[in-house]
Design a binder for this molecule. Structure first.
Ligand code: NAD
Length: 438
């Protein structure tokens, strides 16, 4: 079948590549000429493990192409996916639907035959009905349906998540649209991955509810971690003991410097906003947003303690700035709170990240980028582990400590232990949710 995907970001590109790998004939569209030029040259504009190879395979097979010409791309497409950004609108926390609605109108004006217009972007409840109105107004003669198909992939594991999803959620209003969506996802259907068919509103709500729940789980464990630090409990043992309870599960129970990324911060804010608009305050989600900000600020206090109360003149090595490993995405990363606090306090900051430099350079002014952790730590007063890249999981701590001015470490991902750090010659080591009484 023929599919068009509008927007070639983390979600659109992965979806387009994976749909083509299902055997569909896919055209990916973006309005950014630089992105399309790169894609046409066989380059992937983002860092996502395995994506370049899978893209090349499907381009070579003649199933995947890229263009800026939306009208040509959607010609004879049975399903057109909208996968553009829905960032937080300035000022009020609402999801900004400008890009989604602009694309919906463009599709309406260009489409000729029956089309299913599928929103893959994360959008507030009620948006698909608005998309329907926009399309109908722009092209009253067009035969079409809308469908909601929220995406649950995680950056860094996006291809596996898309190809082996926990579930696919599809919200439709008609059998005809449901049949088209069945055809799109048939390869997954045949392999018994659950496809949950709902109405439009439920599909839209599932996405926000799922993300807000995960953000709550992370924030809950971060709050428990703060209490562990004061009471002598060890968050790693607490998480393990909690997570083995099947009702709780062990995922998203790792204490850290606060959640970030392209989804949780904006989606929790948008859900809170949707609740306000419907006079059903999302009190838990609102608390989560507030506590997460406090968690990030608490990280700065931890570093300040390690620097004897002042960053001024200290040399600080920051290992990892992306919001999580295996991505180059810096959107709402904790580094964007923590690094400016260091720089603003007068520290000389050296940063290393396996993929974050390209995005990070503009976002983190006043830092020096170096190739690896050892270069960053040379003559430093403090090492801060911010992202748990594999490169930072097996560091030779002895080698690192030996070349530091004052060997101190803030391990904000709980990779090491006080014992590891002491053995390697560190004078001071702090982590998250573990007592410094050891
Ligand atoms: P992104 O910013 O990486 O990509 C969006 C792309 O859309 C950009 O390349 C942009 O140039 C393009 N675009 C914007 N307007 C356009 C137009 N009129 N015509 C053609 N292209 C246009 O965004 P993303 O991270 O891929 O997220 C897309 C959506 O998916 C968001 O709603 C997001 O919440 C949701 N989502 C993201 C993730 C994730 O991990 N990134 C996971 C699940 C869901």
């Amino acid at each position: 079948m023929k599919i068009a995907v509008i927007g070639t970001g983390y979600v659109g590109l992965v979806s387009g590549v994976c749909f083509s790998d299902f055997g569909h004939d896919v055209v990916c569209v973006d309005k950014d000429p630089a992105k399309i030029a790169k894609l046409e040259a066989g380059e992937v504009p983002i860092y996502e493990p395995g994506l370049e190879e899978l893209m090349a395979k499907n381009v070579d097979a003649g199933r995947l192409t890229f263009t800026m010409d939306l009208a040509a791309a959607i010609e004879s497409a049975e399903a057109v996916f909208i996968a553009v950004g829905t960032p937080t609108r300035r000022g009020d926390g609402h999801a900004d639907l400008t890009f989604v609605m602009a694309v919906a109108e463009e599709i309406a004006l260009a489409a000729k035959d029956y089309t299913v217009i599928v929103t893959k972007s994360t959008v507030p409840v009620g948006t698909n009905r608005k998309v329907k109105q926009v399309v109908h107004k722009a092209n009253p003669d067009l035969e079409f349906d809308v469908a909601s198909n929220p995406e649950f992939l995680r950056e860094g594991a996006a291809i596996d998540d898309f190809m082996r999803p926990d579930r696919v959620v599809v919200g439709v209003q008609t059998k005809r649209a449901g049949d088209v969506m069945n055809d799109v996802y048939r390869p997954l259907f045949l392999r018994d991955f659950p496809v949950v068919i709902t109405d439009l509103e439920s599909a839209e709500m599932i996405k926000y509810a799922a993300n807000a729940f995960l953000a709550t789980k992370i924030t809950f464990i971060n709050e428990i971690a703060a209490l562990c630090e004061r009471t002598g409990a060890d968050i790693k043992q607490v998480s393990k003991g909690m997570g083995l309870d099947g009702r709780i599960g062990n995922k998203f129970l790792h204490a850290g410097p606060g959640y970030g990324g392209s989804c949780f911060p904006k989606d929790t804010k948008a859900l809170a906003r949707i609740g306000q608009e419907h006079a059903v305050p999302m009190q838990i989600t609102e608390a989560v947003i507030k506590v997460n900000e406090e968690v990030k600020r608490r990280m700065v206090d931890k570093l300040l303690d390690l620097c004897d109360g002042s960053f001024n003149g200290k040399v600080v090595a920051v290992l990892g700035v992306t919001f999580k490993p295996n991505t180059d995405d810096m959107r709402d990363a904790p580094a964007l709170t923590i690094v400016p606090a260091l720089v603003g306090g007068g520290a000389k900051v050296r940063v290393t990240d396996p993929q974050g430099k390209h995005e990070g350079e503009a976002l983190l002014p006043g830092v020096n980028w170096v190739e690896d952790a050892y270069k960053a730590a040379r003559n430093a007063d403090l090492v801060v582990i911010l992202t748990e890249w594999n490169e930072f999981r097996g560091l030779d701590l002895k080698r690192m400590a030996k070349h530091m001015t004052t060997p101190r470490m803030a391990d904000l991902r709980n990779i090491y232990s006080t014992k590891d750090a002491k053995r390697a010659g560190f004078d001071a080591y702090v982590s998250i949710g573990r007592s410094s009484l050891e």
